[in-house]
Design a protein around this ligand. Structure first.
Ligand SMILES: Cc1ncc(COP(=O)(O)O)c(C=O)c1O
Length: 483
């Protein structure tokens, strides 16, 4: 018998009935808008261009070349089939040792070999997504919280909170100091949590930052280390964009900072890493928890049974990362390509007077569109975002979906498309800005974006048709109360 849908829902768990997954957000709505009308150079040239996806697609040629030269590295080729049986059978949650060693070496290389990583502390997970949840499960109980500086990656609302029952307390960072994390902001957030009777178990930082594209300087990292030691809470560092740094200032890992700090309690320090961004392999789901705390390593390893990297992938990655020459040329080549793309994109933005936060890493820019807002409100930001998706046909992500405290900032990804698509997106941005300037000049009462002379026809499906009813993001009660 088919149950009434409301009854069917009632029979489910609270988790399945709720919306703690965090997907009712403009961040994910933008993806849906793209999915419903995806740009294609010949089949759908007026479709939405995806600039909301932090993917590194610029360096595939290096990897493809390596794969062609190393057919034996895959167990599903004639050259590699002899190893098929050994690799395909049962694996335990420690993972293949030939995988953990090169991963630890790769992590060191990405950090300029200024630090070493112990393969015995490398724990596998299903991407950084799984790594974050594992760490949250290991460090906090339901109702306890992590401090997270804003703006932050929207996926954290799902990864840290949804299944664990752990909460997030935002640490408000502002444009007045380029969104830098300060001791004052940390203390304020910590005090607010205490007042709300919430136990803070840790601080989570992302370095390089998504969405800012900036790296933490040594002093700020030292401030964070001093803060967590003083409060006796954990420090989780998401360093999944470590190798995307393409300019000065360079990347400094938390591991370097604690190596120079004999006072730091290393049991409080944990790294989240993955190959999704640095190598451009989000589909491989290679995530890593690297903890300096033995108990966390032991527990996370048991938990990794829920999100192991397939042994086939481990085998391939092990062969690839074991080749020092390849790894070194990949890291350098990828950074060069990111730098070139960043240069051309920022040049285009500069030509139409669009500012952005200066950064040296990541796969995106934190774009300043405050001057295009009708007023300094969240509503105005959402209105502008709708125009950008519906009419300009670019999926960029509004700052509010990253919990940014100031309206008018947007994250735009620049490494997930080819040069031609990038040019088309730049033309759309240019036309939009010129049209907007024109509208301001003739002092129209109402901007007529929809009837604009942009050569873009309206899509048959507009964002409103697919948007989740809850956007902008309904946050945890605490977030709502404090942002
Ligand atoms: C800061 C940050 N952490 C974690 C993730 C999730 O990465 P993965 O694909 O490895 O799960 C992302 C993905 O965009 C991210 O930006």
């Amino acid at each position: 018998m088919v149950l009434e849908s409301s009854n069917a829902k009632k029979l489910l768990s609270k988790l399945a009935r709720g919306n703690g997954h965090g997907e009712d957000s403009p961040y994910f709505d933008g993806w849906k808008a793209y999915d419903s009308d995806p740009f294609h150079p010949t089949m759908n040239p007026r479709g939405v261009i995806q600039m909301g996806l932090a993917e590194n697609q610029l360096s595939f040629e290096f990897v493809e070349k390596w794969i062609r030269n190393n057919p034996q590295a895959s167990i599903c080729t004639a050259e590699g089939v002899d190893e098929f049986k050994d690799i395909a059978i049962f694996q335990d949650y420690h993972g293949l040792s030939e995988f953990r060693n090169p991963v630890a070496n790769f992590m060191a290389k990405v950090r300029g070999n200024r630090v070493k990583f112990d393969p015995e502390r490398v724990v596998m997970s299903g991407g950084a997504t799984g790594a974050h949840e594992t760490v949250a499960f290991c460090l906090a109980d339901p109702g306890e919280a992590f401090l997270v500086p804003t703006p932050y990656y929207p996926g954290f609302d799902r990864d840290l909170r949804w299944r664990t029952g752990v909460d997030i307390v935002p640490v408000v960072c502002e444009s007045s100091n380029d969104f830098k994390l300060t001791r004052e902001a940390l203390e304020t957030a910590y005090e607010e949590a205490l007042k709300a009777d919430i136990k803070v178990k840790g601080l989570l930082i992302t370095n390089p930052s998504n969405p800012l594209g900036t790296v933490y300087d040594r002093q700020t990292l030292e401030t964070a280390v001093a803060f967590i030691n003083q409060k006796n809470i954990h420090l989780v560092c998401d360093e999944i964009y470590a190798a995307t740094v393409f300019a000065e200032p360079g990347f400094i890992s938390i591991s370097e900072v604690i190596d120079d700090d004999p006072q730091c309690d290393r049991n409080l320090i944990h790294l989240v890493y993955s190959l999704s961004k640095d190598m451009g392999f989000p589909g491989f789901r290679v995530g890593i928890v690297y903890s300096y705390n033995d108990a966390v390593v032991s527990c996370a390893r048991k938990m990794s049974s829920f999100g192991l990297v397939s042994s086939q992938t481990q085998h391939l990655i092990a062969s690839m990362l074991s080749e020092d020459e390849f790894v070194e040329s990949f890291i350098a080549g990828s950074a060069e390509k990111l730098a070139a793309r960043h240069r051309s994109f920022t040049k285009g933005l500069g030509q139409v007077g669009i500012g952005y936060l200066k950064g040296s890493g990541g796969l995106f820019l934190w774009m300043d569109l405050r001057h295009l807002l009708k007023e300094k409100t969240l509503e105005a930001e959402m209105a502008l975002w709708r125009v950008i998706i519906n009419d300009v046909k670019l999926n960029v992500s509004p700052g509010s979906s990253f919990h940014c405290s100031e309206p008018g900032w947007f994250r735009v990804c620049f490494a997930n498309m080819d040069d031609k698509t990038m040019e088309i997106s730049m033309t759309r941005i240019r036309n939009f800005v010129l049209q907007n300037k024109e509208a301001t000049k003739v002092k129209k009462q109402k901007f007529c974006w929809r009837q604009s002379s942009l050569e873009l026809r309206l899509s048959s499906r507009r964002l409103e048709d697919i948007m989740s009813p809850h956007s902008p993001l309904p946050q945890s009660p605490l977030l709502r109360a404090t942002t």
